[in-house]
Design a protein around this ligand. Structure first.
Ligand SMILES: Cc1cc2nc3c(=O)[nH]c(=O)nc-3n(C[C@H](O)[C@H](O)[C@H](O)COP(=O)(O)OP(=O)(O)OC[C@H]3O[C@@H](n4cnc5c(N)ncnc54)[C@H](O)[C@@H]3O)c2cc1C
Length: 376
């Protein structure tokens, strides 16, 4: 174990941000980093592992890696080779499966008629409930797709996911999923839609394989913040309100509970993810084997139940949460300089970001730390 006096960076959280900063610090500057995590493992929410049935599973929900940042893709490619992403998602409505995001094939199947871009546009135009400036998610979807599609595809899913009516959510919440008038059925839009060949945990473990990087799991920042004073800085990727002892109140998060079932079949579902807006208490079932391509005779499926308690997964997208976060951000600005703490990542910045964005923020934060120390 590293001598306390020799630690250049204390990194709280072994997720994508923490691993990226430690790797850059070791490689570019030769700095010594101690990474700690509450959990026993690395890779943060991207953690994947082999379960008791020999299946490679994504412990904290499916992670479909994609990026249009060439620098992020180049950087990660040093630690992994890739396999194609193949992210196909369907939604179950009245016992039929429809491609998601909504596209020409979805509309054709739902309305049982042949369509092209022009006729689909005309159809949607006739269904739309005109709203000049949609003020919430309900108005946003009604103004694009009309009542039937809104009720079948969006309303139930949003209620389960957030426990908030779309009327009370910003237009961007339901507007996040694109609506396409072509036959592109891929779940995401990005130049690279790929999975790390040996999994995320392997990729991150190669990243922090260095004599200058030490990892200590099952360790909470709270327990050593007074005893370890790093020479250069602390990088904090945990929840921002926790850092400040919730002095302004608790930031709300939506969490998930996972139910896992292993089947004695090679594959159970026709695609990696099925959404259930209207049936069941779970929002989606995920058979990650469709993208990991693991060659094994059984298959594990996870079922996701949204809940308000538990690990923080998604910041609650309401103005009151943003207001509270902005107050914490002010404390961050006062503290960062004084105590040399950098707050980076989804928990520290109270934001939903994809993995590529987390890596990007890690790379940028490292540059900032390096520059502020005037070394080179
Ligand atoms: C359900 C779900 C599905 C997702 N799907 C995708 C996807 O399909 N594609 C994609 O690109 N991205 C996806 N993401 C996003 C991805 O998980 C994040 O972008 C990424 O994990 C963020 O990295 P991070 O380092 O900021 O945070 P995290 O990965 O959360 O890492 C932070 C780490 O800090 C640790 N920590 C917190 N507080 C403390 C403390 N006090 N002391 C010690 N350790 C602490 C935590 O245990 C955690 O391991 C998904 C996220 C969720 C929640």
């Amino acid at each position: 174990m590293i001598d306390k006096q020799e630690i250049d960076l204390l990194i709280v959280g072994a997720g994508p941000v923490g691993c990226t900063i430690a790797e850059r610090a070791a490689q570019v500057k030769g700095w010594k980093s101690l990474i700690i995590d509450k959990r026993e493992h690395i890779a943060g929410n991207c953690h994947d592992c082999i379960n008791s049935h020999g299946q490679l599973v994504h412990k904290y929900g499916p992670h479909y890696f994609r990026t249009s940042y060439e620098d992020v893709f180049r950087y990660l490619s040093k630690f992994t080779s890739w396999i194609p992403g193949n992210y196909i998602v369907k939604t179950s409505v009245k016992n039929k499966l429809y491609p998601i995001p909504i596209n020409l094939s979805t509309l054709e199947k739902y309305f049982d008629q042949e369509l092209d871009e022009d006729t689909a546009l005309k159809l949607l135009h006739s269904l739309r409930v005109h709203k000049e400036n949609p003020k919430n998610s309900e108005e946003f979807i009604l103004s694009r797709l009309g009542k039937e599609l809104y009720e079948d595809f969006y309303l139930g899913y949003t209620l389960k996911q957030w426990d908030i009516h779309p009327k009370d959510l910003d237009p961007s919440v339901c507007g996040r999923v694109p609506i396409r008038l072509n036959r592109d059925e891929s779940y995401v839009n990005a130049t690279h839609q790929v999975m790390p060949k040996d999994g995320f945990t392997k990729m991150f473990s190669r990243m922090i394989e260095s004599k200058n990087i030490f990892f200590k799991g099952n360790t909470n920042f709270e327990d050593l913040k007074k005893t370890i004073i790093p020479k250069i800085a602390t990088v904090y990727t945990g929840p921002v309100d926790e850092y400040f002892n919730y002095c302004l109140g608790k930031l709300p998060w939506r969490s998930l509970q996972f139910e896992w079932k292993t089947y004695k079949e090679k594959l159970v579902q026709p695609c990696v993810q099925i959404n259930y807006p209207n049936d069941h208490k779970y929002t989606r079932s995920v058979e990650i084997k469709h993208v990991t391509k693991q060659n094994i005779n059984t298959s594990t499926v996870s079922y996701e139940y949204p809940q308000s308690v538990g690990d923080p997964y998604y910041p609650v997208p309401q103005p009151t949460s943003t207001e509270l976060y902005l107050k914490y951000k002010q404390l961050v600005e006062e503290t960062s300089h004084k105590d040399k703490v950098y707050f980076v990542g989804r928990l520290a910045e109270y934001t939903y970001i994809n993995t590529d964005e987390a890596i990007k923020r890690g790379l940028d934060a490292f540059q900032k730390i390096a520059n502020s120390n005037g070394i080179d």
